[in-house]
Design a protein around this ligand. Structure first.
Ligand SMILES: NC(=O)c1ccc[n+]([C@@H]2O[C@H](COP(=O)([O-])OP(=O)(O)OC[C@H]3O[C@@H](n4cnc5c(N)ncnc54)[C@H](OP(=O)(O)O)[C@@H]3O)[C@@H](O)[C@H]2O)c1
Length: 301
């Protein structure tokens, strides 16, 4: 018998947040309260939704007082990796200070914090990262996400940190992610330059969402890696996208990371060991072709 919980979900308008809202609402009996920076972007009626800027300490406190959640799932973040290099103050406020606000508010309610983190806390030199591997972020985004992890780990509150990478999926009024961007570019016969020297494990949001359902239902704490099950270069990923969506892969031009002049350095080899999530949570993340095929159905293509 799963105990019914009152869950506050931040970042509910985002790529992951929308999927988490959908899965918790339709697949669990938990009570869900949704919030994000702006008005509800994906439901016309917007029930159980209120706007909240999580960088505002007093507003966070008030929200906890009013809604008394027993769990907060934090899907909100400043996620523009290159933007973090220039908007350092704002990105730190969203990615670190807000998590500290949650910690303070959680102490009053004894609420558990489920927080989403990233492979960018690692330098990407060796890959094969487990939950106990030593972080060494090389970008400001990675530094901010690691600082939030450390705040949680040393806080004394009940927490779960879920690390993931290269999320893709669909929802309403979302910014494009790598897959939806590439599908649009190739469909319009645009040539795209994609790096063949950055490697990772792309993750359909559904797999991460299900992992979060399991974590909440099973009351799991600590750190978990959850990502897709296949390791490949961004170029190989792009070619698979073209294949599944029946688009012309000849428009995809392989380039090197150095050719792109990205503001933030990227971890070049990011792979997670998924054993803990597989054994503890019983999840079996999809490979790239399976994930893309699911997305294709969701997009009605
Ligand atoms: N996407 C990836 O590939 C990836 C990889 C690894 C880890 N992650 C992590 O996964 C989590 C979810 O990522 P995502 O891709 O779903 O992100 P997303 O689509 O960018 O959603 C994040 C949401 O947070 C909101 N937000 C920003 N500032 C806020 C504030 N001050 N107060 C309240 N809400 C605020 C954003 O609103 P606006 O859009 O209006 O700013 C957005 O709706 C994040 O923790 C991210 O770091 C993502």
């Amino acid at each position: 018998m799963i105990e019914t919980k009152k869950i506050l979900l931040t970042g509910a308008n985002g790529l992951l947040g929308q999927k988490v809202a959908e899965l918790f609402r339709h697949e669990t009996s938990h009570e869900l309260i949704l919030t994000d920076l702006h008005e509800n972007a994906f439901e016309p009626r917007g029930f159980d939704y209120f706007p909240l800027d999580i960088t505002r300490k007093e507003d966070v406190k008030d929200a906890f007082k009013k809604y008394t959640p027993s769990v907060i799932i934090n899907c909100a973040a400043y996620t523009n990796v290159d933007g973090c290099e220039t908007e350092r103050e704002l990105s730190w406020k969203v990615n670190v200070d807000a998590v500290k606000h949650f910690i303070i508010a959680s102490r009053v309610n004894s609420a558990k914090i489920v927080h989403i983190s990233t492979d960018y806390i690692f330098d990407g030199k060796s890959g094969n990262y487990s939950e106990t591997s030593k972080p060494n972020p090389i970008s400001y985004y990675g530094k901010s996400k690691l600082a939030a992890e450390n705040a949680l780990i040393t806080s004394g509150v009940d927490f779960t940190i879920v690390r993931t990478m290269v999320l893709y999926g669909t929802g309403r009024n979302l910014r494009p992610n790598f897959v939806t961007w590439l599908v649009n570019m190739l469909a319009e016969k645009n040539s795209v330059r994609i790096v063949d020297d950055q490697f990772g494990m792309p993750t359909i949001v559904d797999d991460l969402g299900w992992g979060l359902v399991k974590i909440v239902n099973m009351g799991k704490s600590g750190i978990y890696n959850i990502c897709g099950s296949e390791y490949l270069s961004r170029y190989e990923f792009a070619v698979k996208i073209a294949g599944v969506f029946r688009l012309n892969e000849n428009f995809i031009v392989p380039v090197k990371t150095g050719d792109l002049n990205q503001a933030a350095p990227r971890p070049m080899n990011s792979s997670f060991i998924l054993l803990k999530a597989q054994t503890d949570l019983g999840i079996k993340p999809l490979n790239v072709t399976e994930g893309l095929s699911l997305l294709k159905i969701q997009l009605g293509l």
